[in-house]
Design a protein around this ligand. Structure first.
Ligand code: UD1
Ligand code: CA
Length: 450
């Protein structure tokens, strides 16, 4: 059966107190919207339509960045969830199959839950995702009649008996697309909010002799974000899940509560992640690598046996081959370290290719930027870069070459050559003591004057 996803993301999210549209606020360094889209991805949808309104241009950019086959439609006035779904109709012209409605601000729905809903569709015309709420608050209430769902009643429109129901509407709904749009045509706005409620389709369906049912999931899955506090709580829940998953996958993490993951962090079994490590997006760490304490990694790849940190920063494009080492207070950006290469202390290696087993001395800097253009540095296999070498790119140091400490290397160095590019040292016997005596005499004369 073909599936279309409709993701509602037009709301302003007033309570976020933000210029950024609510669905673009991040969890695990990815916008809420991307979490919703990747959850929906479990259904392998044939079409995806995002309904945008507030900040629609930004929302569109984010959605297309995730998958450029997504259609983004505009809902210029937020007249309610049914009205929002109706905006997706032209984009689904000619589509036959099931439509699944998700909210862009509800990031934690699992693929299994969506699969259970699709499975339940074989026996029912409409499937609604519900949950038992510890505190049902202002959620819509699911009114059951045995196994059948007879209606969804919004909190504002509910009487006391209905408000006492703890089975709540998550907002996720699955139905045949034609049936869904035909029911939406019949939805009015004569209710406490004056909005077109998507939830009304259940009562309308029952009146047409169609069947509806509920699939339930854990409340934690349906957590929607409305405030900064809820966003922070969701981040906490997300991090807890990522840590538990990494531990279950065989990663060694002695202080899991101090490690921060991004949504797409990948770490192989038997890797060691020491305390206070932050993973920004796009990081893969292979089995048996070590990330030592207080390191920050983004958009990089760390191979087996490599060691990073403590206090290291790997920026996008950092690629560490097996057994490479990046030590304390070292930054690597858009650079490849071949097998066994070492950059152990206080260095910046940017836009560079470092050969196998090359040793980069403490304080080495690749001077890669002239204020306008960026240039590459290449260091050959087994080269030895002396401490505090400035490698002024574009420049190449050949295999097994050596640079003297404190050199400013502006020209290529041939393989196996020694390059020294610094002023020659001059020693003046006795001059230090004579200089000191002179300065002390000067100070004594000044003190006397006062
Ligand atoms: C909705 C449900 C309620 C359910 C709750 C779960 C309705 C009428 N009510 O209520 O039963 O318990 O979600 O969180 O559906 N949106 C648009 N355009 C609109 C209105 C909303 O895109 O015109 C989007 C919002 O951005 C949001 C989602 O739809 O992502 C839900 O809207 P919201 O106003 O938060 O619905 P609730 O009142 O919470
Ligand atoms: Ca809401």
């Amino acid at each position: 059966m073909a599936t279309a996803l409709i993701v509602l993301a037009a709301g302003k999210g007033t309570r976020m107190q933000s210029d950024l549209p609510k669905v673009l606020h991040p969890i695990g360094a990815a916008p809420l919207l991307l979490h919703a889209l990747s959850a929906g991805g479990a259904l392998d949808p044939d079409r995806t339509v995002v309904v945008a309104g507030h900040g629609a241009d930004l929302v569109e950019k984010s959605a297309l960045g995730f998958d450029d086959r997504i259609t983004v439609v505009r809902q210029t006035e937020q007249l309610g969830t049914a009205h929002a779904v109706a905006q997706a109709r032209p984009a689904l012209e000619g589509f036959t199959g099931d439509a699944v409605v998700l909210y862009g601000d509800t990031p934690f729905i699992t693929g299994d839950t969506l699969a259970a809903m699709v499975a339940a569709r074989s026996d029912h015309d409409i499937v609604v995702l519900g949950f038992r709420a510890a505190d049902p608050g202002r959620y819509g209430r699911l009114v059951m009649d045995g196994d059948a769902l007879s209606a969804i009643v919004e909190f504002k429109d509910a009487d006391d008996a209905t408000r006492a129901i703890d089975l709540c509407n998550s907002g996720v709904i699955a139905a045949d697309a034609d049936t869904l749009f035909s029911l939406i045509d019949a939805v009015g706005n004569d209710n406490a909010s004056g909005e077109y409620y998507l939830t009304d389709i259940v009562g309308l369906a029952r009146a047409r002799g169609l069947s509806a049912t509920v699939v339930t999931c854990d409340e934690s899955e349906t957590l929607g974000i409305n405030t900064r506090a809820e966003l922070a709580a969701a981040e906490t829940a997300f991090q807890a899940r990522m840590r538990a998953q990494a531990l279950a996958d065989g990663v060694t993490i002695p202080a899991p509560d101090t490690v921060i993951f991004a949504h797409d962090t990948y770490i192989g079994a038997d890797a060691l992640i020491e305390p206070y490590v932050v993973f920004a997006p796009g990081v893969t760490v292979e089995s048996g690598a070590t990330i030592r304490a207080f390191s920050h990694l983004e958009g990089c790849h760390v191979s087996r046996g490599a060691v990073v940190g403590p206090y290291a920063r790997l920026r996008p494009g950092a690629e560490l081959a097996e057994n490479a080492k990046v030590g304390n207070f070292t930054e690597i950006k858009n650079a490849t370290l071949a097998e066994g290469a070492k950059v152990n202390h206080l260095s910046y290696i940017g836009d560079a290719t470092i050969g196998a087993r090359a040793n980069i001395g403490a304080g080495t800097i690749t001077c890669n930027y002239d204020g306008v253009f960026k240039y590459r540095t290449t260091v050959g296999d087994d080269a030895f870069i002396g401490s505090n070498t400035m490698l002024v790119a574009p420049v190449t140091v050949g295999a097994r070459a050596l640079t003297g400490s404190g050199s400013v290397i502006t020209q290529d160095v041939q393989a196996e050559a020694l390059a020294i590019a610094r002023a020659r040292q001059v020693n003046k016997p006795g001059l230090a003591q004579r200089l000191m005596d002179k300065l002390k005499a000067l100070k004594a004369a000044k003190t006397k004057d006062h």
